[in-house]
Design a protein around this ligand. Structure first.
Ligand SMILES: [Zn+2]
Length: 245
């Protein structure tokens, strides 16, 4: 079984085109947030129309797992916190979005919405506590922000990840967390595309311009991961590396 993970496409249509072309080669594709670009020259509603069409195409070619990022909110909820309402409208067979939990081969996968404030953060934590697989199978989270304090959240000058996620990882101990958000982490000295948080592996493929996007090919049977980017290709045997801490 092979999964392809990307994030932070930020309305790069060349990168979406590449994903459509590559998707059939994988059992699942993960897009870990920031599909849209709030600083883009095209308004958000128009971006949503285009990206929703890409997601439907991708979902017809492989199983697709998509979480929202901080660029993807299109509606404020009762607590005045943003959420990606539009993503729920494209949810379909083979297309799992924010709030989905599913068994995928040997894994259980939980797709986490971006939390925009205390209410959505509390809801996310409740969701993950409910999602914990009772049968002990390896658990994978798709969560836009990376855990704080690790190479995958390093900007080059500071860590800018999610501290509450670290506490949640320590409590619930997922096997894998696929994130993005900090675009430069894998490309900076002191940064990383993969890092350990206790027994958990955290990943951030990073963002590069042009096509293809930086990506991670993940095989849960190894388990192993390969990072492919403009900086080269790196392989990691996830079973061989020692646990952190
Ligand atoms: Zn981003």
């Amino acid at each position: 079984m092979k999964l392809l993970a990307v994030s932070d496409l930020h309305f790069s249509l060349g990168q979406f085109d590449w994903l459509v072309q590559e998707a059939p080669r994988y059992d699942a594709v993960i897009i870990a947030g920031d599909l849209l670009d709030i600083a883009g020259h095209l308004d958000l509603d128009s971006q949503i129309v285009v990206v929703a069409k890409y997601l439907r195409t991708l979902g017809s070619r492989t199983r697709l797992l998509v979480c929202s990022g901080n660029h993807d909110g299109d509606e404020r909820d009762a607590h005045q916190e943003y959420n990606a309402r539009w993503l729920h409208r494209v949810r379909a067979e083979g297309l799992a979005v924010d709030g989905a939990g599913l068994d995928l081969g040997p894994l259980h996968v939980s797709v986490c919405p971006w939390w925009d404030g205390p209410a959505s953060r509390a809801a996310l934590h409740e969701f993950l506590r409910r999602e914990r697989p009772a049968d002990g199978r390896p658990w994978l989270w798709v969560h836009h922000a990376p855990p704080d304090g690790l190479g995958v959240s390093w900007t080059g000058t500071k860590h800018a990840g999610d501290a509450s996620l670290v506490a949640l990882i320590e409590e619930l101990r997922p096997a894998y967390v696929f994130s993005g958000h900090i675009h430069n982490s894998p490309f900076r000295s002191g940064g990383a595309w993969a890092a350990r948080c206790g027994t958990t592996w955290a990943f951030n493929a990073g963002r590069q311009l042009g096509s293809p996007p930086a990506c991670i090919v993940f095989d849960p049977a190894g388990p192993s991961a390969r990072w492919i980017s403009q900086a080269g290709t790196e392989d990691l045997d996830l079973a061989a590396a020692p646990a952190a801490g």
